[in-house]
Design a protein around this ligand. Sequence first.
Ligand SMILES: CSCCC(=O)C(=O)COP(=O)(O)O
Ligand SMILES: [Mg+2]
Length: 244
Amino acid sequence: MSLAGLTYDVDAVVLDIEGTTSATGFVVDVLYPYSRSRFGALLAERGGDPEVARAVAQVRELTDDPEADAVAVEKTLNAWLDEDRKATPLKTLQGIIWSEGFARGDLVSHFYDDVVPRLRAWHTAGVRLYVYSSGSVAAQRAWFTNSPEGDLTSLVSGLYDTENAGPKQEPESYRRIADATGIGPARLLFLSDRPGELDAARATGWHAVGIRRPGEPYYEQGVGDHAQAGTFDEITITTSGSST
Ligand SMILES: CSCCC(=O)C(=O)COP(=O)(O)O
Ligand SMILES: [Mg+2]
């Protein structure tokens, strides 16, 4: 199923979250209901906040309904939640709600057991770590700040989402990230559960490894012809001569 002993000589690893570092089940069963039950209040009480207003405008544009009121916008957000659609305004509004939930102690994030030890080891060895997720930068920051193992943000050199980098299945997004990090594409490794994302990363000259974990939505479908690993422990990173 997975190939043991994958070795990459790179300067940085870029991490997908859902399905890769963390369980989709946790996101869908814990985070999604948390946001679903708070969209109504956010739209009603803080619709004038610039970030909320911008997201609402994006929802209206994407649904081609310029007159959509708060009730209609909430209905759209919930429909996107049901299909796990990675729509940017949904992710922006979720990010606001989740960040506040993490800050007040309602939420603690989830990482698979192999992930945090590997991230620490790679970071110690001088490998830079970045996140590229459909979850907003605000959500990513809250996720890494409020992990079961404490604040992990010092491990991470940068956060990218569909706002600051673009859609995850478009090669141009990976070019943007490479430019922003100042690291050449051949020195970047992307880890993700979704074949379309791995295709886009590889199309720009990045290394890409599909993470296939039992129980994840893409486990059965697989990751096409990409190298694959069942856990981060199967991946060895060498950088500037070090190996971990
Ligand atoms: C902390 S991000 C929460 C998860 C989420 O909403 C999401 O869309 C993650 O998607 P990914 O691109 O990481 O698979
Ligand atoms: Mg994913």
